[in-house]
Write a protein that binds this ligand. Structure first.
Ligand code: GH3
Ligand code: MG
Ligand code: MG
Ligand code: MG
Length: 325
């Protein structure tokens, strides 16, 4: 499913679409130690508003590449002091420049070496004397492809995280909770350790929306989520499983400790002041919490969640703003 969603994202993108991807104002590193060639190449590259940094040797090139997020390296094959082919290999080996396209420049009688540079990871080459239009076109192509690939990667990473993370609060979502809990319950090592579960629900949250509007409600949800995250250990996991409902999973935790954590969460949330533009008084909310420990007879995640939900219901029935085990 994820793969399908991801390729759906990819389908939106057209690598040939110049407007969408753009090619001007590229960040280019030019490695050229012949001053006349450097000036000439820079002149051509400047036409697209590219920002060109010139390096006359390897050290300079490395320094620039470490300072700037380079989108294209244009590298002369004829460097006085350095072996340009080795340089290509080094760029490919380095984490920072691995994905940066490399465009080689060389003389007609160096075809062998130019071909070799492609073997080593260069993306393209162009002959000197440089033709203005050809250099411009090849530069654009490389930068466009680089930006396209960046977007593919961003889309891919976004769709991966979207599958697990609730976008409003940044907490894990219900799907992740279920997978995670299932893993915990099935793992042999964890099986004998106590496992505490809290089910949390904001009290009278509908009133917040009714009084201040949905966007303010969203802001409150985010603040509650932050308060929960900041009050938990890093081994604890918190997920938003519904509108204003959260679950906390505490592995290897005694009932006594889980009760203390629940009470701490309740107090922390109650003490959280949500300040909103245009509203004089800070908004505060309370939460009710149902606590349960995993038991022998729990066979599925649902068994466990159901009992936590029952405890939460009791907390609501008993007057809210409290923890019930
Ligand atoms: P109770 O103390 O019984 O939990 O009362 P409540 O008002 O919190 O409970 P109820 O379940 O009746 O209402 C929950 C409300 O949460 C309803 C809905 O407007 C609101 N809500 C659910 N999801 C969101 C959301 O994503 N954003 C905002 N702003 N409100 C949400
Ligand atoms: Mg409710
Ligand atoms: Mg509620
Ligand atoms: Mg609710």
């Amino acid at each position: 499913l994820l793969r399908e969603q991801t390729s759906a994202h990819f389908g939106v993108l057209d690598p040939g679409a110049q407007d969408a991807v753009g090619y001007t104002a590229g960040r280019i590193l030019l490695i050229e130690d012949n001053p006349i060639d450097a000036a000439n190449t820079q002149n051509i590259l400047n036409r697209d508003d590219n920002r060109v940094r010139v390096a006359a040797d390897v050290d300079q090139a490395r320094r620039i590449a470490s300072e700037i997020d380079i989108e294209l390296i244009v590298c002369s094959l004829n460097l006085e002091t350095d072996d340009a082919l080795r340089l290509v290999s080094q760029f490919r080996a380095s984490e920072r420049t691995r994905q940066v396209p490399i465009l080689m420049t060389g003389e007609m009688d160096q075809l062998d070496k130019l071909a070799k540079s492609l073997d080593l990871g260069a993306n393209d080459y162009i002959m000197k004397p440089l033709d203005k239009n050809e250099l411009t076109a090849r530069t654009r192509t490389q930068i466009r492809r680089r930006r396209f690939q960046d977007r593919l990667r961003d889309n891919y990473e976004r769709s991966l995280s979207m599958a697990l993370i609730d976008s409003l609060t940044g907490l894990y979502n219900r799907r992740y909770l279920e997978t995670y809990l299932k893993g915990l319950m099935e793992s042999a090592g964890e099986h004998r350790k106590p496992l505490g579960i809290l089910m949390l629900d904001i009290d009278h949250f509908k009133e917040v929306n009714d009084t201040h509007g949905h966007p303010v409600g969203d802001k409150v949800l985010k603040s509650v989520a932050d308060a929960l995250t900041n009050s938990l250990r890093s081994v604890d996991m918190v997920a938003r499983i519904g509108g204003e409902e959260f679950v906390v999973v505490m592995p290897d935790t005694s009932e006594e400790f889980a009760g203390m954590v629940a009470e701490r969460l309740r107090v922390r949330v109650a003490e959280t002041n949500v300040v909103v533009d245009g509203i004089d008084e800070a908004i505060t909310v309370n939460i009710s919490i149902g606590l349960t420990m995993r038991r022998e007879e729990d066979l599925t995640v649902e068994d466990l969640i159901r009992r936590a939900d029952k405890a939460l219901y009791s907390a609501k029935a008993a007057g809210r703003n409290r923890v019930v085990a």
